[in-house]
Ligand binder design. Structure first.
Ligand code: SAM
Length: 272
């Protein structure tokens, strides 16, 4: 079976469908949940970059080259991240949302917080740093999950992070939370220990419940609207009443009440 590399006619849709089926079996990702046009463009440019002439050749390669298979998987799932990504929103979380959640938490040991689609860990580590700074001594449960095994393995090792990924950290934060040396940078063991990491496919797997805060940023942008709706429902069900969903800067939930949520400012939604 030969696969073309160009898109734009009926034949090309057939090619895409064949690629989807091979990606599902050999890479374990169901591309039906991802936006078609965007994914086709990404696949096209990946093949060009790989230097392979056809998808046939490329799939033959990833059958025997585990490292290339991992790179392809990472590329498809898009691991881009950084500490305090979109700083204004994180400031709002730190100055307004967390203080409210901590007041409500009262004398309980700590908050239940989840970074869904956490990539290599910058997001849950940011949550850990903020909570450490504003509520020292509290024992929060911070969960970081991602579909990508390689990303979770890096998170558990505390890095490595490149310069661009740590640029949001102040000098003081670097000296407390990063190990000496770098680039590349690694976070300190005591911060890693505060986070529970595990692999999870947010589309097909079940979720833990009773979260005070769920952070899911820059993940659903790649999904179809039906899959987004499914996820917003699942997230709402996993929040406690009054709990908060924190989404990405370019994302919006147009009718939050349809999912049992209400908007409480840019990027923040509260479970009704
Ligand atoms: C662009 S990164 C966002 C990382 C982080 N949330 C941030 O905003 O910096 C998207 C992450 O979503 C993960 N992802 C994609 N599909 C997923 C799925 N079905 N379940 C869980 N994670 C998924 C990818 O592996 C990737 O690490």
């Amino acid at each position: 079976m030969r696969f073309a590399t160009q898109w734009g006619n009926n034949m090309d849709l057939e090619v895409y469908n064949r690629i989807k089926s091979v990606v599902k079996t050999s890479v374990g990702i169901d591309l039906d949940h991802y936006k078609d046009e965007q994914m086709r463009r990404r696949l096209d440019s990946w093949l060009v970059r790989s230097g392979m002439k056809s998808w046939d050749d490329y799939f033959a390669r990833i059958k025997v080259d585990a490292d290339e298979l991992l790179k392809f998987r990472n590329y498809l799932t898009i691991n881009v991240t950084e500490f305090y990504r979109d700083a204004e929103r994180w400031k709002h979380l730190q100055n307004v949302v967390f203080p409210m959640l901590l007041r409500e938490n009262g004398t309980k040991p700590g908050l239940r917080v989840w970074s869904a689609g956490c990539s290599i860990g910058a997001e849950p580590f940011t949550l850990g740093m903020i909570l450490d700074e504003i509520s020292p001594g509290k024992k929060h449960y911070i969960l970081g999950t991602d579909l990508d095994k390689g990303a979770i393995a890096r998170a558990v090792s505390g890095g490595a992070f490149i310069q661009e990924e740590v640029r949001g950290l102040s000098q003081a934060q670097r000296s407390i939370y990063l190990r000496p040396g770098g680039p590349p940078y690694y976070v300190v063991e005591s911060l890693i220990k505060r986070i529970t990491f595990h692999e999870q496919n947010m589309i097909s797997d079940t979720f833990e419940t009773d979260f005070d805060l769920i952070v899911c940023r820059n993940v659903v942008i790649y999904f179809t609207s039906a899959t987004k709706d499914l996820l917003y429902r699942k997230f709402t069900a996993s929040l406690r009443k009054g709990g908060i969903l924190f989404i990405g800067g370019t994302e919006i939930i147009p009718h939050p009440q349809d999912f049992g949520l209400r908007s409480i400012g840019i990027s923040f939604y509260q479970r009704l």
